[in-house]
Each structure stands twice: as structure tokens, then as C-alpha cells.
Design a protein around this ligand. Sequence first.
Ligand code: F6R
Length: 364
Amino acid sequence: SKGNHRHYMLKEIYEQPIVVAQTLRSYLQRMEERVTLPIPDFDLSAIRRVTIVACGTSFYAGMVAKYWFEQFARVPVDLDVASEFRYRAPVMEEGGLMIVISQSGETADTLAALRHAKSEGQKIAAVVNVPTSTMAREADLLLPTHAGPEIGVASTKAFTCQLAVLAALAANLARAKGRLTPADEKSIVRHLAEAPAALNGALAYDESIEAMAHSVAAARDVLYLGRGTDYPLALEGALKLKEISYIHAEGYAAGEMKHGPIALIDDAVPVIVIAPSGPLFDKTVSNMQEVQARGGRVILISDYDGVQAAGENCLATITMPKVHPLIAPLVYAVPVQLLAYHVAVAKGTDVDQPRNLAKSVTVE
Ligand code: F6R
């Protein structure tokens, strides 16, 4: 049931602190401060390359994970949407791990990619939310998300749970490759364990996000910008907005603006900038200022320090709790989900059942 919530989507957004905590329980040994896997003795030490394949929101979780696998495990990562992967001629060498990511575990293109990679001798890890699904059964390493049933067509809680699992997997791989000091492992466990409380902190901004939804609801086009792991979040924000509010939205890597899309900027195009304070902040802010210099109206999503430093000329700001960069993608997912939700409600669309979309896409 939807409980007190008007839509399943909102209920599922609000469940995130609990289901992320639930999911992390299978991947963190809090006492020992070690990361673990549901199959603890699964040997990752021979993995030399990772291929991540998924669709839609699950693909964006994979895109975030690419940064983690490279940073922690120093393993090269190949990343593709399933419908493209299957029909090119991907090189799959020995020592390759394919990671499929899917809420339903039934998405036809992702399943076809899994089967193709398996026939080429790749080990298969599957991050899935439905434990009885086809992908769950066919994987060598099942990595469940414990988000519970996701009813709203727009994926929300499955996404943050996927991120939690993928962060833990990246740390496990790093350890198996001898690239994780015990101190680093401890700090990863501690930061991941802070995610549920930080998600709660992010949810506290629901009302202020609702209050600014009208300024986005009137737009015909919206741009989302981010750098690093905030780039896939920009893509995810744009996907959420277009699928439930039917407003045209694009996500861009902030540094790509000047290579074309800045031509779109005028005062009718809201630009959502996702920029937690940190090493990439100044770069993103300078891209943001290029937008503002052309009359663009910016909604800045950052933390207190970021909003203090760069919020002045913005149309609006959304202040997230200050968090470690590892969990920022989980935390910053919340405001982009809430913004899409409130814009859709303001426009009066069918939030849980957007037109032309199915919860599980079982045709290629
Ligand atoms: C977006 C959305 C879709 C799914 C995609 C993959 O909100 O729900 O983009 O993420 O269809 O579905 P799964 O994860 O079931 O493979």
C-alpha cells in the first residue's frame, strides 16, 4: 500500500534510508569494519577487467560504479547500455567480470547481454532486486539489493540500493586485488554506514524542493549538469524528469556545456547544477557561471559550504547534508528524485504510471 503517501513513487523515495540500510547489512561487517559479499568466498582476485551492462536508471548506477572500480580497484571498466553492448563486437578476454544491474532482473536486453557474455566465458555478477528473477538465477555471483518491491514505474529506491551494493563490490574487488589497506577498508565501511542517516537528512528538504517545483514545471526544456559521479546523476535527474513530467530534459557533463549545449541557454531553460563541495566543485561552478553569464537560471544542489560559496546568483539552492564523496551519489539522488516528483505532481501527470512506459521491459 502507499501508506500515507499520495503515490508509490513518493513512498519509495522515503523508504530509501531503511532499504539502503537493509541492503548494506549483507555487504558490511560493521564490527570487523570489513566489506563482504553475500558469497564471502567468491574469488575476485583473478578479475582483470570489468564490463558493466544495464539499461536506464540501472545503467546510471553502473556509470557511477565505473568511477569506484577504477579508483579503488584500479581495474579497467567497460560500460555500455545493454541494447548497444549486445550488437557490437565487445572484446571479452579471460579474467573478465560482467556486472549486470537490473531492478527487475528480467530486462530483455540486459538478459541477452548476460547470456552472450556467459557464452564467451565471462564470470557474471548480477545486481538485482527481484531474487527469483531470471538474471538472479543465471548469474555466478548474485548480489541482491534489498529494496523490496518497487511499484512506481520510475525507479528510485532500487537505484540507491544498487549504488550501495556496487560501492561494496568495488571495495571487495580492491581488497581481492591487494589494493585496499585495512585503514581504507575501515573508512569505506564507515562512510557507507553513514548513508542511511544522510539519506534521511536529504529527505528533510522535501518541502523546500516542492516549493520550487513550479519554476521548473513551467519550462519546456531543462538541463542538468554535473562532473565526476555527479555526471551520471545529472543524466538520472534528466531521465526522472522526462519520464514522469514529460518535460524535455538533458543531462550533461558540466565541462561539455561549451561544446554545444550552451547554445540552448536563455532565461527560459532552468539549469540544475549538481555540485557537492569537493575537488571538482570549482570547475563545475565555473561552468555554472558561464551559464549564468548567458542569462541561464540555475538551481544549485550542493551542501552548506557550496551554497555559501556559489549560491548567490542562483534562482534557487538546495542544501544537502555535507557527506563523504563516496556516498554523495546516493544522497544527491534524493533531491533529483523529489524535484522530478513534485514537478510531475504540479503538472498533474500520472506519476506512478507514466504514459508509454512499462515497469519491466521484456522485449528487445
Ligand atoms: C527509469 C526506469 C528505467 C529502468 C530500466 C531498467 O526510472 O525505471 O529506465 O531503470 O528499464 O530496468 P531494470 O533495472 O529492471 O533492468
